[in-house]
Design a protein around this ligand. Structure first.
Ligand code: TXA
Ligand code: MG
Length: 333
């Protein structure tokens, strides 16, 4: 028998938000929607609450967490020596699907940064996330640390039910899941390293280099791989990442009985099970994780994905699919 202890709150009205914010202040975990994926939130200055995030996710210690704040005004609480270009990025894209890596202040302790001297900060663009952050800050909180609300190495959740099926067994009685519907972007935020003379994208997302240049005229490092140094942690560079239990196949021929994911203009090969037919790259991003989860729900052993082109969010989709296929099958429990 499955016993689920924590509550899902589907009507996120003011009293529900107040309840969730106080719950965070009291050291509990609150999963909340953002425009990218659902996060598993905890008070970013409470070591006990943060260690529960690692336990619930089954995540190795020392893997840094993104701190979420309600506005750019609070950036200097967490980050120092903020370059001019980072301010431009924040002003142009926050609230939004972008995380900035900056030198940390003493507020960002080792248990948040993985003992690195920098910290990841994001202002998410979702009404429930923003209301929760504002209320939490009103109650004295400084920021909410939130990784994607999945077990380590698995597919990020894009709905409250995904969070429940992924983490329900690991959450406790006083933990909460706030239901804000399906995430609009569908894959994780663009992570930009702002610790060097020019910014580099560490994890691609819907905010692309071209978009940054177009909107801000900030000059971006050309190849995000170039900014990697041997001792810098690279998002997603683990034995298993973004992986369902089904094996993800990107090349060759699909076999009868495979799950099949491709743009709607591509017809379904005979004998395969269509899991998604997005019309464009943005819809592809919105649906890909749900479709990969669906493969597992249906008990499929393989899922064949026809990757979209690299336009816009296509680069980020290809990044996730490659990692998912490279390590697949390989969910770590
Ligand atoms: O869209 C998102 O970014 C979601 C939502 C919930 O905000 N969050 C998310 O967090 O994807 P997470 O922990 O699943 O992925 C964040 C990645 C991790 O690979 C982590 O190593 C990297 O960002 N990261 C966080 N802080 C970092 C830092 N200070 N330096 C380098 N990488 C960092
Ligand atoms: Mg994640």
């Amino acid at each position: 028998m499955i016993i689920v202890y924590m509550s899902i709150i589907s009507n996120c009205n003011e009293s529900a938000i107040t309840h969730a914010a106080s719950s965070l202040v009291n050291g509990n975990l609150v999963s909340f929607p953002t425009e990218t994926v659902y996060g598993l939130g905890a008070n970013a200055t409470n070591i006990d609450a943060i260690s529960r995030i690692y336990a619930v996710k089954g995540r190795p210690l020392g893997h840094p967490l993104i701190v979420h704040i309600s506005s750019i005004e609070l950036l200097s609480e967490w980050a120092r020596e903020i370059p001019e270009y980072a301010i431009k990025l924040a002003k142009s894209f926050w609230p939004g699907p972008m995380t900035l890596i900056l030198p940390r202040t003493s507020l960002a302790q080792n248990f948040i940064t993985g003992s690195q001297d920098n910290v990841g900060i994001r202002v998410p663009n979702h009404p429930i996330a923003l209301k929760l952050l504002k209320k939490f800050e009103f109650l004295g909180g400084k920021g909410i640390a939130a990784p994607s609300a999945n077990r380590f190495g698995a597919v990020s959740p894009t709905s409250a039910l995904d969070v429940q099926s992924e983490l329900g067994h690991f959450l406790a009685k006083n933990d909460l899941i706030l239901d804000g519907g399906n995430c609009q972007v569908g894959i994780e935020s663009t992570i930009i390293d702002c610790t060097k003379k020019i910014p580099f994208i560490l994890r691609p997302g819907v905010i692309t280099s071209d978009l940054v240049q177009e909107k801000t005229e900030v000059k971006m490092g050309t190849n995000f791989q170039e900014s990697f140094e041997p001792n810098v942690r690279i998002p997603g560079n683990f034995d298993s990442h973004y992986s369902p239990k089904a094996q993800v196949i990107l090349h060759g021929q699909p076999k009868s009985g495979d799950g099949y994911i491709a743009l709607s203009k591509i017809i379904t090969p005979k004998g395969t099970i269509r899991l998604a037919s997005p019309r464009d790259n943005n819809e592809f991003a919105r649906e890909i994780y749900r479709a990969l989860r669906m493969a597992d729900k249906k008990g499929l052993s393989r899922v064949f994905v026809v990757s979209p082109n690299m336009d816009g969010i296509g680069l980020a989709i290809n990044d996730r699919l490659k990692k998912s296929a490279r390590h697949s099958p390989g969910i770590i429990i």
